[in-house]
Design a protein around this ligand. Structure first.
Ligand SMILES: CC(C)(COP(=O)(O)OP(=O)(O)OC[C@H]1O[C@@H](n2cnc3c(N)ncnc32)[C@H](O)[C@@H]1OP(=O)(O)O)[C@@H](O)C(=O)NCCC(=O)NCCS
Length: 133
């Protein structure tokens, strides 16, 4: 699983209990997963179709640095299925897991379109000249 994006938990991300608000976390993970799907499928027109159970494993607090991880677990005909985890960057303690997020590849007509992809492509393979950290 690749943990690309880091977030610094700030006051505006908190719920009234002073811990990270679930809605903020879901917004971040949906965007991160959408970007992953766009890159993997080589198409900006992808939509979230399905999100399985979301397990808020542990709370995160203001000032913590967290990281968002995504990996593809299945390539369908028009869909891609992803697995997600959010964890504390320093302690690696798990904060959230989502077993299944399904994104659908759309054509110009807005209907599901075959994407032709069958396996994970790494940035280095897609853009050989790019420097990846
Ligand atoms: C995405 C959308 C076009 C798909 O339409 P649809 O009629 O369900 O399309 P299909 O039945 O052809 O299914 C498309 C793919 O989604 C998969 N799928 C459909 N329903 C699913 C479900 N409940 N769970 C998991 N996968 C599902 C299908 O298996 C298929 O994948 P495959 O081609 O790899 O086998 C339509 O549901 C839609 O527009 N939904 C709203 C999306 C949206 O607004 N998202 C939020 C903002 S991004």
């Amino acid at each position: 699983m690749n943990f690309h994006t880091r977030k610094w938990v700030k006051p505006e991300d908190l719920n009234p209990n002073g811990t990270l608000f679930g809605g903020s976390l879901l917004r971040w993970i949906d965007e991160e997963a959408a970007i992953y799907a766009i890159v993997q499928l080589g198409n900006q027109r992808v939509v979230t179709k399905y999100i399985s159970e979301i397990n808020f494993v542990s709370a995160s607090r203001q000032g913590e640095i967290i990281e968002l991880g995504i990996t593809a677990t299945e390539f369908g005909r028009t869909s891609i299925t992803l697995q997600c985890e959010v964890r504390n960057k320093i302690t690696r303690k798990s904060i959230l897991t989502v077993d299944k997020m399904v994104f659908v590849n759309l054509g110009e007509d807005g209907l599901p379109a075959p994407h032709g992809r069958t396996e994970i492509k790494y940035i280095q393979d897609q853009f050989p000249d790019s420097a990846v950290e």
